[in-house]
Design a protein around this ligand. Structure first.
Ligand code: PGA
Length: 250
């Protein structure tokens, strides 16, 4: 059975103590790991180390929300991929839509961050997705293709083949208006075809993100090309998280 990914992006929703408390709660909730589910949480940079320590005795992985593309140097305010790796990160989000649209990260920077993450052995979770304007103009496939091409063209794929893509339509993030599962399925299949074509047939897990909650997670996970979910707002309440993971396990 292929694993189902349930990833929680805590964004800047929680302060330090709230992050540690949530990590302790979910560590207790999942002292017996649910079968077939790969769980990971992405705490803030400041809470990362302590959350990683709390979860180190569990099967819940931790990831960075963002990493710099260089290892060391004069980059005020940035944190490198290798620092996160040394503190226990398995994954890093790259090119989350809030990074692209609020902090103006470009496809070029996403590519640089991807290479840096791969070089230190982190598993990148590359986020792609169209804006509402792009969808209205019928440019969904074009936008996704440009983002995927920029990330994957001539990328040197690691031996463990570990790269994940998250399809997160910008208009669906934090709006309560999720993408229709059938449309998400169509875009996921497109992403898989594009990645396989740009690499030597690499098969990447593709996660859906954008207003996933307890009412719609099952519909997404029922789709053939949807390998899991990247959850924002619904990931920071322990009882909701428990419900999401339990549905994924079922
Ligand atoms: P959301 O965020 O679930 O709150 O819409 C998803 C994400 O940004 O990863």
């Amino acid at each position: 059975m292929k694993p189902c990914y349930v990833f929680g992006n805590w964004k800047m929703y929680l302060d330090y103590q709230e992050s540690v408390d949530l990590a302790k709660k979910i560590a207790t909730m999942f002292s017996t790991p649910p079968e077939g589910v790969k769980m990971a949480v992405f705490p803030s940079a400041i809470a990362f180390h302590r959350v990683a320590e709390v979860l180190s005795s569990t099967t819940i992985a931790v990831g960075a929300q963002n990493t710099c593309w260089v290892e060391k140097g004069a980059y005020t305010g940035e944190v490198s991929a290798h620092t996160y790796r040394d503190l226990g990160a398995t994954y890093t989000l790259i090119g989350h839509s809030e990074r692209r649209h609020i902090f103006h990260e470009t496809n070029h920077e996403v590519r640089q961050k991807l290479e840096s993450a791969l070089s230190v052995g982190l598993i990148p979770v590359i986020c792609v997705g169209e804006t509402l304007a792009e969808r209205r103009e019928g440019k969904v496939d074009e936008t996704i293709e440009a983002q995927i091409r920029s990330a994957f063209t001539e990328v040197s794929v690691p031996a463990n083949n570990a790269i994940i893509v998250a399809y997160e339509p910008v208009w669906a993030i934090n709006t309560g208006e999720a993408c229709h599962p059938a449309e998400a399925e169509r875009v996921h299949a497109l992403i898989k075809r594009l990645v396989a074509g740009l690499t030597d047939g690499l098969v990447v897990p593709v996660l859906y993100g954008g207003s996933v909650d307890v009412h719609n997670i099952a519909e997404f996970l029922a789709e053939e090309s949807i390998d899991g979910v990247l959850v924002g707002g619904a990931s920071v309440k322990s009882d909701v998280w428990f419900d999401l993971v339990s549905q994924a396990a079922a």
